[in-house]
Design a protein around this ligand. Structure first.
Ligand SMILES: Nc1ncnc2c1ncn2[C@@H]1O[C@H](COP(=O)(O)OP(=O)(O)OP(=O)(O)O)[C@@H](O)[C@H]1O
Ligand SMILES: [Mg+2]
Length: 257
C-alpha cells in the first residue's frame, strides 16, 4: 500500500531522516515510536505531501506520491496540532470538510461520531472557544468522517479524558476489524500495549526496531512496552555520553603529544 525507500530529509543542518526504509502492505495497527524530535511527524507529512523529501521515494499503490494529490483520498489523517479556522463553529467546519472531500470519499458518518464523542452540544460553538480536549475530539471526528483504507493518527490521545480515550480505542479497534491499515504515533505506551500489532522504533533517522510488542519486550528483557522503550532510550543516552567522553579523552591525549 505504502512504500518508503531511502527517505532523507533535513531542515537546515538538522538531518532528521537518514535513508529511512519503511513499508506497509497489510491491514493492522502499527505504532511509530521514537523520542521527541526523532522525525515521526516528518515521515507522516512526507507521506501526505506536506514535507518534500530531499532524497528517496514514497509510493502508494505502486505510484510515486511526489507532486501528486489524488492518492490522498485514500488516507484519513489526524494531525498532531489541529489548526482550525477559529471563527467557524464545529458544525460549519464539519460541513466545510464534507464539501471539500465531496464525493471522493465514501460514507460520511458524522452523526454517529458526534454522538459517540458527545459533541452534539458543541455544534454551534466557535472552534476558538473550545477546550483543548474538545478541540481534539473535533479533530478525531474529522479524521474518521470517511471510509479510507489508510488511517494516520499523529498523537491522537492528546488532552482526551478517560471516556473519550476509551471511545477512541474502540473506534481504532473497529477500523482495524474492518481491515484498515492504521499508523499511530504516540507517547502513551498503554495505548501501544492495547492496540498495536506492530511497533516501529525510530532512532537517529532510521528504523532501529520493527516487530511485535512481544518481540520488543523479549529483546529488551522487559515485561512492558513502556519499560522496553525506556531501556532503548537509556542505551541511546549512554551511547551519546560515551561518545562525548571519547571526544574529551581524545583532546587530553592530543594535548600530551
Ligand atoms: N518545518 C520545520 N522546520 C524546521 N525544522 C523542523 C520542521 N519540522 C520539523 N522540524 C524538526 O525536525 C525534527 C523532527 O521533528 P518531528 O516533528 O518530525 O518530530 P516527532 O518525532 O514528531 O516529535 P514529537 O514526538 O515531539 O511529536 C525536530 O528537530 C524538529 O524541530
Ligand atoms: Mg510529532
Amino acid at each position: 500500500m505504502i512504500s518508503i525507500k531511502n527517505l532523507h530529509k533535513s531542515f537546515g543542518k538538522n538531518h532528521v531522516l537518514k535513508g529511512l526504509d519503511l513499508g506497509f502492505d497489510k491491514p493492522g495497527t502499527t505504532a511509530i515510536l521514537g523520542p521527541n524530535g526523532s522525525g515521526k511527524t516528518t515521515i507522516i507529512k512526507a507521506v501526505l505531501g506536506m514535507v518534500i523529501p530531499d532524497e528517496g521515494s514514497i509510493e502508494m499503490y505502486g505510484k510515486s506520491v511526489i507532486g501528486q494529490w489524488q492518492y490522498r483520498e485514500h488516507i484519513a489523517y489526524l494531525p498532531q496540532i489541529a489548526r482550525f479556522p477559529e471563527n467557524l463553529t464545529v458544525g460549519e467546519l464539519i460541513n466545510m470538510v464534507k464539501d471539500l472531500r465531496g464525493q471522493a470519499a465514501k460514507a460520511p458518518q458524522d452523526e454517529a461520531l458526534l454522538t459517540q464523542f458527545d459533541l452534539q452540544p458543541f455544534l454551534d460553538k466557535r472552534l476558538g472557544n473550545l477546550s483543548g480536549g474538545t478541540r481534539q475530539k473535533v479533530n478525531i471526528v474529522l479524521a474518521f468522517l470517511y471510509d479510507c483504507p489508510l488511517i494516520i493518527l499523529d498523537e491522537p490521545t492528546a488532552g482526551l479524558d478517560p471516556l473519550s480515550l476509551v471511545n477512541l480505542k474502540e473506534l481504532i479497534e473497529n477500523q482495524r476489524a474492518m481491515g484498515k491499515t492504521i499508523l499511530i504515533t504516540t507517547h502513551v505506551m498503554g495505548l501501544v500495549e492495547e492496540l498495536a500489532d506492530e511497533v516501529v522504533y525510530l532512532l537517529e533517522g532510521r528504523i532501529h526496531f520493527r516487530g511485535t510488542p512481544a518481540a520488543l519486550k523479549e529483546m529488551e528483557h522487559e515485561t512492558s512496552v513502556e519499560r522496553a522503550i525506556a531501556s532503548l532510550l537509556r542505551k541511546q543516552k549512554n551511547q551519546v555520553s560515551f561518545s562525548a567522553n571519547g571526544h574529551s579523552t581524545l583532546k587530553v591525549t592530543l594535548s600530551h603529544t
